[in-house]
Design a protein around this ligand. Structure first.
Ligand code: AMP
Length: 281
């Protein structure tokens, strides 16, 4: 497995892989890898001849007061993990490589970014769309892999790729969870044992909501309130949002008739955790 820090090096690696007739898969990450990331890489490995992952903590997607400085970073550990699933190359650029001085171009996906995490983290998806566009332009992958854990993010990337005629197929990989149901996240290391326990209410509430829908409940407001009540029962949890939108269009819904995204964000001490489920009728 190769590790590259410059755009010129990764481009040369891609050029050679292409010359060998290889298809290219890209898995963008911010590093501090866990089983969720590895699942994306394994999927990529199944679908593509050459798999490249990027590890870049993207300043453009963090707001003021967020955890950019403290976000966990450990390239040696990540490289060891990526190698176990057969990743061919890691692209790990520095901030100056991606945003050199004088940088002033950004990608804005409208409408579907004005809700959920887009509303509570202004500018977040502008940063995500911009860095992913740059990674697509640098690597020119045939396939790019994103986790359903970040449900809105994958919809934004798909929308962007379609709207801007990008020649890449965006693949969604289901959320990988700990044995007790907590969605895996690099930010879970911020949790102390009591917060870690309280965080189980997120997945528990989503499962309860899905069970209610299976039992015939269709009223989105009632389902939303049920989720809020379950999470509020945990004193350590501070709800950022609990929302239900149509999936994949993210339109408001009153009665659940087709696929609907139930998504939530909850602050648990220093950690802001997100999770979601798609409700089917
Ligand atoms: P991050 O490093 O948090 O930016 O995540 C990189 C990619 O991994 C994104 O596409 C995420 O959606 C995906 N991802 C993160 N956590 C999980 C998880 N628990 N299950 C599946 N995919 C995940």
């Amino acid at each position: 497995m190769r590790i590259f820090h410059t755009i010129a090096e990764i481009r040369e690696f891609v050029r050679q892989a292409r010359a060998d007739g290889h298809s290219i898969g890209l898995v963008p990450t911010m590093g501090y890898l866990h089983e969720g990331h590895l699942e994306l890489m394994s999927q990529a490995k199944k679908q593509c001849d050459t798999v490249i992952i990027s590890i870049f903590v993207n300043p453009a997607q963090f707001g003021p007061g967020e955890d950019l400085a403290s976000y966990p970073r450990d390239l040696d550990r990540d490289a060891g993990m990526a190698e176990t699933v057969g990743v061919d190359a890691i692209f790990n650029p520095g901030v100056e490589e991606i945003y050199p001085s004088g940088y002033c171009t950004y990608v804005d996906v409208e409408r579907i970014t004005d809700r959920l995490c887009g509303a509570s983290r202004p500018g977040h998806f502008r940063g995500v769309a911009t860095v992913v566009t740059k990674l697509f332009n640098i690597v020119k992958p045939d396939y790019a892999f994103f986790g359903q854990k970040d449900a809105q993010q994958v919809l934004v990337i798909k929308r962007m790729a379609t709207d801007l005629n990008m020649e890449v197929e965006v693949v969604t990989v289901p959320t990988v969870r700990e044995r007790d149901g907590l969605a895996m996240s690099s930010r879970n290391i911020y949790l102390d044992p009591a917060q870690r326990q309280a965080a189980l209410s997120l997945n528990r509430s989503l499962k309860r909501a899905a069970a209610e829908v299976r039992a015939g409940e269709r009223d989105a407001a009632k389902i939303r309130q049920l989720v809020i009540d379950i999470i509020k029962a945990e004193p350590l949890a501070e709800i950022d949002y609990v929302e239900i939108y149509s999936h994949p269009d993210l339109e408001p819904v009153e009665a659940i008739k087709g696929p609907a995204l139930l998504a939530l964000a909850v602050k648990m001490g220093r950690a802001r955790l997100i999770d979601n489920i798609i409700l089917h009728v």
